[in-house]
Design a protein around this ligand. Structure first.
Ligand code: AMP
Length: 114
């Protein structure tokens, strides 16, 4: 298996503030939060970018949204609102090449993005 930063977090080789874990999915607080609540939700299986998704990954990618929904509800943001974002490649600002859903909440989030 090729290596990346988030695989090291999954293997507990580097520390992270883990807030959610299932057989297939892990979520932890972003080290440079862009909102009062900023969690990264990742599949335990490495998929580098959205471009690398295969048809058989559809269920797994859906589980990331299930985690986002559950975490947002648990943290009390379901009604007020929250944002989920997944960047793909350099022009969108992707810096870690292991797909991850950003879950952001706790302040007004402007739209459109810069
Ligand atoms: P992206 O720019 O979409 O690839 O997002 C990568 C995110 O990973 C950024 O928001 C970083 O702050 C975050 N990040 C990088 N290293 C760590 C780490 N060790 N623990 C938690 N979050 C991290």
């Amino acid at each position: 298996m090729s290596d990346d930063l988030f695989l090291k977090i999954i293997r507990r080789e580097i520390p992270a503030d883990i807030v959610y874990e299932t057989e297939h999915v892990l979520a932890f607080r972003d080290i440079h939060p862009q909102a009062p609540y900023h969690v990264l939700i990742i599949p335990k299986q490495r998929i580098a970018t959205i471009n690398d998704m295969q048809p058989e990954d559809e269920r797994l990618m859906g589980r990331l949204f299930t985690a986002a929904r559950e975490l947002a509800a648990e943290a009390g943001f379901a009604d007020d609102g929250y944002r989920v974002v997944m960047n793909c490649n350099a022009a969108a600002g992707q810096t870690v090449f292991h797909v991850h859903l950003h879950l952001l909440a706790g302040r007004p989030l402007s739209w459109p993005l810069g």
